[in-house]
Design a protein around this ligand. Structure first.
Ligand code: ZN
Length: 347
């Protein structure tokens, strides 16, 4: 491989291809890997999967300013100096890994990634590439998630015990993605389920896009009681909380692996149900992609890069690229390691 200029400029930036990947600010030409708001901005021209485009349109209070071109999984779109192809990322419905095929090799950007099977989106499979740009949200060894079936069983058991005590169990998860995973996880439990309006709206779009769910009602509408409530964490203190009577809350998140999370969030329970890959899954994924260089981005990027190097891969963060981009320099995929190796002895 010759070289791959990769910068960080509001997101991953490939200057030779004039293409930004998940920039937080508007950029001339961008990929939107999925519909979570921190990955979406008003770009003049953007590419996304059809489901992501639909979900972005649903969630925006105002229409997008630019054009979002829908590109289905597995179909390549030819841009000047590269071809772009999306593959399932397993994170939320429509989420995509982005393969950018250039004259110099294949660059794979994972976006937010989940490799184990969920209910509502196909798990990410490794895509062979020369350069991997890997999200690092849970890139620390302490983040090893238990078996999802065990987590779900514990969550259902907690819901039943709260109901038996005369209170309403409230499961907290983001309205896009986590809410639908929680709803699906409750399918076999035969509980009456109510969704906060923001979760309800996204779930209706998921259904429109072909997902099946157990019966649910909209929180605030008349219906059978008692109900398990699914709502985004941000809604805990809004007017809907007043309709719940006595309730207990549980947070559904990979951060539940942190012993302090329950107190920090002021919830009654936490369950480690994540829509990201855990540490071991990230490492195994990087090994399977087989890239000659892995750049870690976001989250615990330094720790993950260090562990990848310990496992024999070439890995580094994009932080050096940030500094260099400010100096109008570039980072090349074939000129790494060196000073970064000094971190090998870190805990
Ligand atoms: Zn996300």
């Amino acid at each position: 491989m010759i070289s791959h200029p990769i910068l960080w400029e509001s997101g991953v930036y490939l200057p030779e291809q004039h293409l930004w990947l998940d920039p937080r600010q508007p950029r001339p030409r961008a990929v939107i890997s999925h519909a979570h708001s921190d990955h979406v901005a008003d770009h003049p021209l953007a590419y996304a999967t059809p489901a992501t485009r639909r979900l972005v349109t649903h969630r925006r209070r105002r229409p997008l300013v630019g054009t979002v071109e829908a590109v289905p999984y597995g179909e390549s779109i030819a841009l000047e100096r590269c071809d772009v192809t999306f593959y399932p990322a397993g994170h939320v419905l429509g989420s995509a890994q982005t393969l950018v095929d250039t004259d110099f090799g294949r660059i794979l950007y994972t976006g937010d990634l989940k490799t184990r099977a969920g209910f509502t989106s196909s798990p990410a499979q490794p895509v062979p590439a020369d350069v991997l740009v890997l999200e690092s949200t849970f890139g620390k060894p302490r983040y090893r998630f238990p078996d999802a079936a065990e987590v779900i069983a514990a969550m259902v058991s907690w819901c039943r015990s709260v109901l038996d005590g005369g209170a309403t169990p409230v499961l907290l998860g983001y309205s896009l993605g986590k809410g639908q995973e929680i709803l699906s996880a409750l399918a076999a439990a035969s509980l009456t389920i109510a969704l906060h309006p923001s979760s309800f709206g996204v779930t209706e779009v998921y259904r429109e896009l072909g997902c099946d769910f157990p019966p649910y009602q909209r929180l605030g509408e008349a219906g059978a009681r008692p109900a398990v409530v699914i709502m985004p964490p941000s809604a805990r203190r809004d007017r809907f909380a007043d309709q719940l009577g006595v309730f207990k809350t549980a947070a559904m998140t990979g951060w539940a692996m942190d012993a302090s999370l329950k107190d920090r969030l002021e919830v009654d329970a936490v369950f480690p149900l994540s829509d990201h890959a855990d540490f071991e899954e990230l490492c195994c994924y990087a090994e399977q992609v087989g890239a000659s260089m892995t750049y870690t981005v976001l989250g615990f990027d330094e720790e993950l890069a260090m562990h990848l190097r310990r496992r024999g891969l070439r890995g580094r963060t994009t932080r050096c690229a940030v500094r260099r981009s400010r100096d109008k320099e570039v980072t090349h995929g074939d000129q790494e390691e060196g000073h970064e190796e000094g971190q090998e002895g870190d805990p």
